[in-house]
Design a protein around this ligand. Structure first.
Ligand code: FES
Ligand code: FES
Length: 185
């Protein structure tokens, strides 16, 4: 119990509680500025995204910082939104899976996941796509073990890991090919 508690406790500096006082929090969501008025600044970003801003792609899994379903990019870094209080993202950029691509213009990762049928129930995939995006942004040519390491914090209860890893490698290869083609004179 103590071990679990120490793992799930968010590591934020202590703040003076402003609970009960309505405050407005402004940040960028998938490239657009958004504001939300809340009377509890500790409300998890996950709840704000799903319940106040109509962004259902980000998923609630454990709510305990353990499964990775709720991953979003905050200023480019993958973070678990269930353990991020809304005040901590004020003024920052938040990207959810909705911000990666659209059904008409999917991100190469989304297309590769479709091509590889890399999912079963699909519940984990929004978080996995975000983790994979963060990986490819910093390492366009990851090895299999680097992909596994990047997805280590994402639980897939269906056991679709092999297809997921294949899809990430396929997207990386396609993105490299597109970059090289664009760089050719
Ligand atoms: S819902 Fe956030 S890590 Fe599980
Ligand atoms: S595809 Fe079902 S949890 Fe991953």
């Amino acid at each position: 119990m103590d071990r679990l508690a120490s793992r799930v406790r968010p590591t934020f500096p202590p703040r003076e509680h402003k609970q009960g006082m309505t405050q407005t929090f402004t940040f960028t969501l998938n490239g657009k500025p958004v504001s939300v008025a809340l009377d509890n600044e500790e409300t998890p970003l996950l709840n704000v995204l799903r319940n106040h801003l109509g962004v259902p792609g980000v998923r609630f899994g454990c709510g305990l910082d353990q499964c990775g379903c709720c991953l979003v990019l905050i200023d480019g870094a993958p973070e678990k939104s269930c353990s991020k209080p809304v005040w901590s993202v004020a003024g920052k950029s938040v990207i959810t899976v909705e911000g990666l691509g659209t059904p008409q213009r999917p991100h190469p990762l989304q297309q590769a996941f479709i091509d590889e049928q890399a999912g079963q129930c699909g519940y984990c995939l929004a978080g996995i796509l975000i983790a994979a995006k963060a990986l490819l942004d910093r390492n366009p040519q990851p090895t299999r073990s680097e992909i596994a390491q990047a997805l280590d914090g994402n639980i897939c209860r269906c056991g679709a890991h092999n297809r997921i890893m294949r899809a990430v490698a396929k997207a990386a290869a396609r993105m490299r090919m597109a970059t090289n083609a664009g760089a050719r004179p």
